[in-house]
Design a protein around this ligand. Structure first.
Ligand code: GRF
Length: 202
């Protein structure tokens, strides 16, 4: 069984999708802890409802990264709970060297775009402004770059005439909720291998 720790900052709909997949026995895994950098993030409430340990970690004075004492605190929690894999879901901070070194090729993220297009924030809005005809989401391993790690799963959605950013993001999120459990199932199977930039299934 795969021991998953989740890190988030917001509403936690991806965390919910993963918890639902576990409850429905569609994913052989356990959420060992959920950590948020925002005290009242709804992802923490979802964790409690699922029966998973929920932690707020104050990441001040840093605004955009997980570093210093906060990074140490997160590492402590992760170790105490026997984490195999860290799943980032809407965690609005850059992961730095300490965590990457402690969990090499064991941190994954979901990004609301078809990487390598539109890294960074509000990617669905970037896609809409650019005028692409398709958009989507990507689950990828986290490396030292921003949204640059090897890709595990991608899902595509159409961009429709009359879409607002909110409408497009909502359509992408429906696919995110399928893609994230799927990526974790692949990892739990133990059959994934990273070769250069490519993630292969043995
Ligand atoms: C998702 O769109 C995800 O792709 C991005 O942040 C959002 C998190 O949503 N990284 P939620 O908190 O899981 O609902």
């Amino acid at each position: 069984m795969l021991n998953i720790a989740m890190l988030g900052s917001g509403k936690g709909s991806n965390a919910q999708a993963i918890m639902d997949a576990i409850a429905a026995k569609k994913l052989d895994a356990c959420i060992v802890c959920v950590i948020a950098d925002v005290a009242d993030a709804f992802i923490l409430e979802r964790a409690r409802q699922h029966g998973a340990p929920a932690f707020f970690v104050d990441c001040a004075p840093f605004k955009t990264k997980l570093a210093g004492a906060a990074e140490q605190h997160v590492l402590e929690i992760l170790r105490q709970h026997g984490t195999d894999v860290i799943a980032l879901a809407g965690f609005m901070r850059i992961i730095k060297g300490g965590l990457l070194a402690a969990y090499p090729q064991r941190i994954i993220n979901i990004h609301p775009a078809l990487l390598p297009a539109f890294p960074g924030v509000e990617s669905w809005k970037q896609a809409l402004d650019y005028g692409t005809k398709v958009a989507g989401c990507t689950v990828h391993f986290v490396d030292a770059g921003t949204d640059t790690g090897p890709i595990i799963v991608q899902r595509v959605v159409p961009v429709l005439a009359g879409d607002t950013p909110e409408m497009l993001h909502a359509r992408i999120q429906v696919q995110e909720h399928e893609a994230y459990p799927e990526a974790l199932r692949l990892i739990a199977s133990g059959r994934l291998q990273i070769k250069g930039r490519r993630v292969l299934q043995l």
